[in-house]
Design a protein around this ligand. Structure first.
Ligand code: PPS
Length: 308
């Protein structure tokens, strides 16, 4: 298995420092460990090869699809260096104006054999993002993790509800947001709009060939992460490295958590929140509404999903 950081045991066991642990581990795997086993002294070149690089892979969405889980799981791969925070470069004017130099500074240090990755779910529904990403790198590899659009919608609502409650602000029940007035579903509701995957995918397909966009099944990633991750390794051109020892099911969390050597890590409490119950009739109404959009999405990506 991958090396751990014997000199950093405390660091790796503290969730907030997991990323530091992972970054150092990646660096060691990339160069340091090799040099140790070959008893080669670090050369000037190997030290200077560690730098911040623009990403070669981006997780573009979807919001609440499992983007954080996907990135953190991929970051277990020694060839992946992942940006710890969402960057919002291509979708926010104030960041985009700062230029590629600023964007590069948001990236982690990586070695030449590593793939730098970031995730910003807001890119997927940003009208500007596809063209901007293409202008930066037309060979960019894009990952899109999707989830049953109704579950995604409820997850989206749950997040906003939670944030409002944390600021002691009221927020209406989902039913009221979905059924404003008595004219059926209010399709202007943002959480509905964000679940219209075909709508948001179209501009990406105008900017990139489908072969550059790999779709990850977010439901499968929850139930059984490894098969999805193996497909992602292949898409990204990474040597197969992720293995069953990297994941274990945590009964308390109710989700798979991550393991690197002796160190274990679950996603934070903002991931895997309980969802409020939704009336069966409303769920059916949503399923009916999304079904044509889903079919359209399936035809765009050449793959079907087992959604409601
Ligand atoms: N292993 C693991 N642990 C915890 N959570 C997991 C995991 N795999 C996928 N998920 C699902 O990820 C959902 C959050 O998606 P995102 O990370 O894309 O959310 S965000 O857009 O960045 O806010 C989150 O949605 P909710 O369950 O609604 O909280 C999870 O269902």
């Amino acid at each position: 298995d991958a090396p751990f950081l014997p000199f950093l045991p405390q660091v790796a066991s503290r969730p907030q420092l997991w990323w530091l642990h992972q970054a150092l581990r990646g660096w060691i795997l990339e160069g340091g460990a090799q040099e140790q086993s070959c008893t080669r002294k670090p050369t000037r070149n190997s030290a200077s090869s560690l730098q911040r690089r623009l990403p070669q892979g981006i997780i573009i969405g979807v919001r609440k699809g499992g983007t954080r889980a996907l990135l953190e799981m991929l970051a277990l791969h020694p060839q992946v260096a992942a940006a710890p925070a969402e960057v919002h470069f291509f979708n926010r004017e104030e960041n985009y104006r700062r230029g590629l130099g600023w964007y590069r500074q948001q990236m982690p240090f990586s070695g030449p054999g590593q793939l730098t990755m970031e995730k910003t779910p807001g890119y997927f529904s940003s009208p500007q993002a596809p063209e901007r990403v293409r202008a930066m790198d037309p060979a960019m590899r894009l990952l899109l993790i999707v989830r049953d659009p109704v579950e995604r919608l409820v997850s989206d609502y749950t997040q906003i509800l939670h944030n409002r409650r944390a600021r002691c602000k009221p927020y209406p029940p989902l039913e009221r947001l979905l059924l404003r007035g008595d004219r059926g579903l209010d399709i202007r509701y943002k959480a509905i709009q964000r679940s219209l995957y075909a709508l948001h995918l179209a501009p990406w397909l105008a900017a990139f060939p489908l072969a550059h966009i790999h779709v990850v099944d977010g439901g499968s990633l929850i139930r059984e992460p490894l098969p999805e991750l193996r497909r992602v390794e292949q898409f990204l051109g990474l040597a197969p490295s992720l293995n069953p020892d990297n994941f274990y099911f945590n009964q308390t969390k109710g989700f798979y958590c991550l393991q690197a050597g002796a160190h274990q890590h679950c996603l934070d409490d903002s991931k895997g929140r309980p969802h409020p119950p939704i009336a069966e009739q409303l769920l059916e109404q949503l399923c009916t509404y999304f079904s044509a959009h889903n079919e359209h999405f399936f035809s765009l990506v050449g793959r079907t999903f087992n959604w409601c």
